[in-house]
Design a protein around this ligand. Structure first.
Ligand code: PEP
Length: 251
């Protein structure tokens, strides 16, 4: 039985004050949660020290939204995986569709980031997803499995024993449009099948999260699908009540 995991992706939102308030509220509410769902949050880089301080000793995990693949060097404005590891992080998102689209990250760069994050002892949350045009062409699985293959080829299937995968259809991120539970399950099953072709045990244990306009109103149905083990939540993770309601839907 796989545990459920919900990770909040706070993107480029928040201030020192609002991050403090949000984390304090999430912590207070998570302590009285009935479900055993694991919770994580990914604030912006600059809010990580504050988040680490507030979350210290709690069961809420901390992650970053991106990392550079190189150890160090002349990469102005970037943050290396090793620097993030020093912050005691659990997770780093890699290949989020906003990184792939807005910052032109290729499959090869995503794979390099995945490796760098693992090298420094953190778990990559590998984000995969097709665009609306690709869905309309009927090539969703092909696109998503192509993105997955690029990382399997670079890192090996064994690496997925220490990674999380998030299926996030690009057309559902921040749009209010959610994949139907059946659409999401179909792609999750294809991802698990691809992992199983390489290693059945790893496939059975890898957590597959769904992301794309998850809210408390659609979470139960999505999370009840056989291959959906939780969610990567953007907008709805910025309000503690809503985020905890989503976490409570995942048991
Ligand atoms: C995300 O950014 O990973 C995401 C899923 O966003 P939203 O929940 O707002 O669609």
């Amino acid at each position: 039985m796989r545990p459920s995991l919900i990770i909040g992706n706070w993107k480029m939102h928040g201030s020192l004050d609002s991050v403090r308030q949000l984390l304090t509220a999430i912590l207070a509410q998570s302590e009285s949660m009935a479900s055993s769902t694991r919770i994580g949050v990914c604030p912006s880089f600059v809010h990580l020290p504050l988040a680490r301080e507030i979350l210290s000793g709690s069961s809420v995990s901390l992650g970053a939204q991106n990392a550079h693949a190189e150890e160090q060097g002349a990469y102005t404005g970037e943050v290396a995986a090793g620097m993030l590891a020093e912050m005691g992080l659990d997770y780093v998102l890699v290949g989020h569709s906003e990184r792939r689209q807005l910052f032109a990250e290729s499959d090869a760069e995503v794979a390099a980031k995945f490796l760098a994050v693992q090298k420094h002892g953190m778990q990559p949350v590998l984000c995969l997803g097709e665009s609306l045009a690709e869905r309309e062409k009927g090539i969703s699985s092909e696109v998503v499995l192509g993105q997955l293959n690029a990382v399997i080829e670079a890192a090996g299937i064994e690496a997925f024993a220490r990674a999380v995968i998030a299926y996030e259809p690009v057309w559902a991120i921040g749009t209010g449009k959610t994949a139907s539970p059946e659409q999401a399950q179909e792609i999750h099953a294809a991802i698990r099948q691809r992992l199983a072709e390489k290693d059945a045990e790893i496939a059975a244990n890898t957590l597959l999260l769904y992301g794309g306009s998850v809210k408390s109103g659609n979470a139960v149905e999505l999370f009840s699908q056989a291959d959906i083990d939780g969610g990567l939540v953007g907008g709805a993770s910025l309000a503690a009540d809503e985020f905890i309601a989503i976490c409570n839907s995942a048991d």
